[in-house]
Design a binder for this molecule. Structure first.
Ligand code: PPS
Length: 309
């Protein structure tokens, strides 16, 4: 659900469409709000099995840019960063209409095929669902990770504020669904383990939400270098100022309409401490140990620093 700053008319049309979808979703039962594709739940108001299948025919271009995240890990933040970078490099507006690959109707693939380069996309998909040609062409992917505890808290609040997702009466109820992979896009851990299999691919660079929060300018430089954008220090500083949590939240009405405050909630590290019981925290620790501790992505998460009481 990424957004940018393309022409007002397009943005307004897009937000109106989103509002209609949200109003329709509000009438649905929790069961109707999701569908199961390959054993994973997805939000039925904004994506479909047909779109997943149609996407396979999307031909990758070497200069496409792709941001990959599990939900609530910084998708909108990084998409905005990449969008601003492209605008500076190309000195023109770049559309991020339909940037989220798997959202929308199957016909969108035809629209995407007609879009000029460079195309900027984001996705929460598992790598098997990303069009195969992206791996053949070695298109560059930026993978953004966030620690599993803050991701859960962000997802809990989002689920209860966004009508396209099933809501949860309590944090405990959400926590159980999150740990059992019964939320949209499935288990955080399955998703990270899945993408960890590609981590040595030369066209993939991983970055964490926490690194961005704590060392932002250096991370902006890494992103710019990875995509070969050669931005100057002044340009990076400009992007930094336009993409802080504060400035994105202030403009969220324009970029995300009525759901602005829902997308830009707190933008902090460590809010999990206000939600998790000790038992829940230990359960995530054990799951992390079992699935990710010994992996490259797991090490990047700096788990002890960000996830221990
Ligand atoms: S979504 O719905 O899956 O696309 O959500 P996503 O954009 O991936 O993640 C939303 C969380 O990212 C926070 N956010 C930011 N944090 C810091 N700086 C900036 N600029 C920023 N932009 C978005 C957003 O506030 C959500 O986290 P929480 O913890 O809920 O605040």
């Amino acid at each position: 659900m990424s957004a940018g700053t393309e022409s007002k008319t397009n943005r307004e049309k897009f937000l109106e469409e989103m509002q209609k979808i949200a109003a329709e979703a509000a009438k649905k039962t929790p069961e109707e709000l999701v569908f199961n594709y390959k054993g994973v739940l997805y939000p039925s108001s904004i994506c479909s099995e047909e779109t997943f299948q149609a996407l396979q025919s999307l031909e990758a271009r070497e200069d496409d840019l792709l941001a990959v995240t599990y939900p609530k890990s910084g998708t909108n933040w990084v998409t905005k960063v990449l969008h601003e970078m492209l605008i500076l490099v190309h000195n023109r507006e770049i559309t991020v209409d339909h940037a989220m690959l798997e959202f929308g109707k199957p016909e969108k693939v035809k629209y995407l095929k007609g879009q000029p380069s460079p195309r900027l996309f984001s996705t929460h998909m598992y790598y098997d669902d990303v069009p195969k040609s992206y791996f053949e062409k070695k298109t560059k992917f930026l993978l953004i990770l966030r620690n599993p505890k803050d991701t859960a808290v962000s997802y809990f609040h989002f689920s209860n504020s966004n009508p396209v997702l099933p809501s949860f009466s309590t944090w405990d109820e959400f926590f159980r669904a999150y740990m059992d992979g019964k939320v949209c896009y499935g288990s955080y851990f399955d998703h990270a383990v899945d993408w960890n299999k590609r981590i040595d691919d030369e066209n993939i660079m991983a970055i964490t939400f926490e690194e961005m929060k704590e060392d932002y300018l250096s991370q902006l430089k890494r992103i710019s270098d990875f995509f070969g954008l050669s931005l100057t220090e002044e340009q990076l500083a400009l992007i930094e100022s336009k993409t802080t949590f504060k400035s994105m939240k202030e403009k969220s009405g324009d970029s995300h309409g009525k759901l602005g405050n829902v997308f830009f909630r707190k933008g902090e590290i460590g809010d999990w401490r206000n939600h998790f019981t000790e038992e829940q925290s230990k359960e995530v620790d054990a799951k992390f140990e079992e699935c990710l501790a010994g992996t490259k992505l797991g090490q990047m998460l700096n788990y002890d620093k960000y996830c221990k009481f």
